[in-house]
Write a protein that binds this ligand. Structure first.
Ligand code: ATP
Ligand code: FE
Length: 335
């Protein structure tokens, strides 16, 4: 079954074709991130407008790259939640029009379930149940993936998402948007012990909190500058990265140990962080568990993950009609 996936929940306009949830036939992205960098973060209206301009071209490219036409496609899957609502609606409406005109089923896909499904493209042998940390720009969840369409949230951030914390620290350090790649690059030349940063306390065994950490970075930067001294950007980037990846890895491995999970997974944009990947490799080995990491190009937003999850949603009977609406928020465990 060949599914055309459409994704427009943030600043990337994406389309992709995936066969049977596992085989990537094409994967196209038009990003407005460079333009958003001018404003220090995503301006929702700019994202929506770029989606409108780019979406049909990106979808056509995805078909062309796969060497297919709409007649060869069996269904259209689209991210309908969660995300910037104006941005989500562009993809939803486009997918509705396409599914109606081509007379193909329309499959609604939850964006975070999509991030998890990126793992199926990288690891054809991976099947639920497994434990997964989904760390992205808007979410940080520790999820028990019971089946392809059944999820249980064991822990979550009580304030900022991990990606959001990277983005805010990047802004404080003058590193631009998106912050994650910039901070991890700057951290390469830094000393992670240079600036002591706190480990925030949080209720809930598997919950995390990053807002205090972000504020600690800001306060340290301000204090250093008030003393008339220069902040070392590489040292602060390395100190922050060390602390936040320690917290994420520790919580995921704690849950894995408690549950006796033998399959541990990482997903979402922050999943491309090499320090985090290395910590999880070590931790999984200690627990004699296998670690599944998504390919770097599938960590951030893309439509291949949407098409992959769409396949399993379709098998589960999750098909929408033309009344499908977008939602700004929706839990990953919705039924
Ligand atoms: P959500 O998926 O929660 O709706 P989103 O789609 O905006 O949010 P993603 O595209 O999954 O988020 O991930 C983007 C986030 O990942 C950004 O916050 C970015 O800074 C972060 N990120 C990307 N690369 C890295 C990296 N190497 N290290 C840390 N963070 C990173
Ligand atoms: Fe995302």
């Amino acid at each position: 079954m060949k599914i055309l996936g459409i994704e427009s929940s943030c600043d990337d306009t994406c389309a992709a074709v995936v066969e049977d949830g596992r085989r990537l036939l094409s994967n196209c992205i038009a990003s407005s991130a460079q333009e958003q960098n001018l404003y220090g973060g995503v301006v929702p209206e700019i994202a929506s407008r770029r989606h409108i301009e780019n979406i049909s071209g990106v979808a056509q490219s995805a078909l062309d790259d796969a060497g297919l036409s709409m007649e060869d496609i069996d269904a259209v899957a689209v991210t309908f939640a969660p995300g910037l609502i104006g941005a989500v609606l562009v993809g939803v409406n486009f997918a509705k029009g396409l599914s109606y005109a081509a007379e193909k089923p329309l499959i609604p896909v939850h964006h975070l379930r999509g991030h998890v499904a990126a793992l199926y493209l990288t690891h054809p042998e991976l099947e639920p149940p497994f434990l997964c940390l989904v760390a992205s720009g808007g979410h940080s969840h520790i999820v028990w993936v019971e089946s392809y369409t059944k999820f249980k949230v064991l822990g979550r951030t009580v304030d900022d998402a991990a990606g959001e914390a990277f983005d805010k620290v990047a802004r404080t350090l003058g590193l631009g948007y998106p912050g994650g790649p910039a901070v991890s690059k700057a951290a390469l030349g830094g000393n992670p012990k240079a600036y002591p940063l706190p480990t925030p306390h949080v209720e809930g065994k598997y919950n995390v909190s990053f807002s205090g950490l972000k504020t600690a970075v800001l306060n340290t930067v301000n204090h250093v500058r008030m003393r008339g001294e220069e902040i070392s950007v590489p040292d602060m980037a390395a100190s922050f990265q060390q602390r936040i990846t320690d917290i994420l890895a520790e919580k995921l491995l704690l849950a894995a140990g408690d549950l006796g999970a033998k399959k541990i997974c990482l997903a979402g944009g922050v999943g491309s962080n090499l320090a985090l990947r290395q910590k999880l490799e070590k931790g999984a080995k200690r627990l004699s568990a296998r670690l599944y990491l998504p390919e770097l190009k599938l960590c951030g937003d893309n439509a291949a993950m949407v098409a992959a999850q769409g396949y399993y949603e379709y098998l589960d009977g999750n098909v929408a009609d033309l009344s499908l609406n977008g939602l700004p928020t929706l839990n990953i465990d919705y039924r």
